[in-house]
Write a protein that binds this ligand. Structure first.
Ligand code: 0GY
Length: 303
């Protein structure tokens, strides 16, 4: 099937620079996606955007270029609950990728079991209104109750202003919870202001909550511009991500978010994104937890 990309939507950045920061051996890119290719894995009819294709081969080439060993491929909303493209990437990764799926309550136990065998380890609940239509919370709770038996976790994606309303639902989930992109704080507000304090409280009071300290390119107001010619892009996001890494070093993950859906203003150089890491995880010990120990514990326990 032929698909036409949503107008204004930027293509992912071909030819990323080589990072100056050398990733620790065994580093995991714990948040990335594949898109299609649409001719092989059609985009979902209910999607809110049509991306440009971003194949598993291109994802694996980026992994090798940047120096990662493994990927966690997260189901993107443009594929709805049709997980075939993501699962195909897992199956062709030779065990070097795990997945996070989107499922509906109609999913069968057998389908969940097959996903588990392919390497799926979680489901994603998305509350970002521009990306998805509303799914009733009782349906999501029912799904969480089923996947807990498989040892899976729930990935949640929401915006900071919505955390108060979602709090009771999130804190009732029976699984480990992984928050995408620190719950999307407004980084023009103070890092110790009420909005981000609520997120810190969420993690402090609930030891089953983890956070991806990823996506500075989406959160940043100052943008990719570096100071003094250094590779220090997205500086306004640093205090937020650094606070989470320093406070919860054993419950943080990092990912590129390649191929960066829905970006219109600028498309990040993934090499520059990797160079963001030492600004938020400032010691070798923190970097190893963020990039190796934590994702391995969650996605490849015992490996
Ligand atoms: C991300 C962020 C976004 C999109 C999706 O599944 C998706 O379509 O997650 C976004 O637009 O903020 O993590 O990929």
């Amino acid at each position: 099937m032929e698909f036409t990309k949503t107008p204004g939507w930027l293509d992912w950045y071909a030819g990323p620079s080589r990072p100056a920061f050398k990733l620790p051996a065994g580093a995991v890119d714990a948040h990335c996606h594949v898109f299609g290719p649409g001719a092989e894995f059609p985009y979902a009819p209910e999607r809110k955007y049509t991306p440009c294709d971003a194949s598993k081969q291109q994802l694996f080439a980026l992994r090798d270029h940047l120096g990662f060993a493994r990927n966690v491929v997260v189901q993107a909303t443009c594929h709805g609950a049709d997980n075939r493209a993501m699962i195909d990437a897992l199956v062709h990764s030779h065990g070097m990728a795990r997945g996070v799926a989107t499922v509906r309550r109609s999913v069968t136990d057998r389908e969940l079991q097959e996903m588990d065998e392919a390497g799926v380890r979680g489901v994603r609940f998305n509350f970002v209104k521009r990306l998805v239509d509303f799914t009733p919370k009782d349906e999501l709770m029912e799904i969480a109750g089923r996947v807990v038996a498989l040892g899976w976790h729930v990935v949640i994606y929401f915006e900071a202003v919505d955390l108060p309303e979602l709090w009771d639902f999130f804190t009732a989930l029976p699984t480990t919870i992984v928050v995408d992109h620190m719950g999307r704080p407004d980084v023009s507000l103070p890092v110790n202001g009420p909005q981000f304090e609520l997120f810190v409280k969420f993690m402090t009071e609930h030891p089953n909550v983890w956070s991806k300290v990823s996506c500075p390119e989406r959160l940043s107001v100052t943008g990719p511009k570096a100071l003094n010619g250094e590779r220090n892009a997205y500086r306004d996001v640093v205090p937020f991500a650094r606070r989470i890494v320093d406070t919860f070093p054993d419950r943080v993950l990092w990912g590129t978010d390649w191929p960066h859906p829905n970006l219109k203003d600028h498309m990040p150089d993934d090499g520059l994104l990797v160079d963001f890491i030492p600004h938020i995880a400032t010691t070798a010990a923190l970097q190893t937890k963020l990039l190796v120990d934590n994702p391995m514990r969650l996605y490849w326990p015992g490996a």
